[in-house]
Design a protein around this ligand. Sequence first.
Ligand SMILES: [Zn+2]
Length: 95
Amino acid sequence: MPIDRMIEKAYELVQKKRIERVGDGVYNVVGEHGTYLVAQRIDGTFSCTCPGFVKRGRCSHLLAVLLLHDPLLLRSVERQISKSLGNKKSKRRKA
Ligand SMILES: [Zn+2]
């Protein structure tokens, strides 16, 4: 999955309130293919139980939790996404 798409998905998860805090640094994230557990490690980094994270070390669930934690990051992602949506729209208008 391209990183842009992953960020978009993560943003969607935050918007749709698919993230539930179940404990200290532990979150249930309801993804498209199942519910995964995102947990913060002692070193401050997060891990996820989904196959994508196990394979690649990153996933939209984990990004979603990061966005939830960092309002500044969330806002900058918001801007990027609305910009890219605007580009798509203007392309469609030309076509
Ligand atoms: Zn995941």
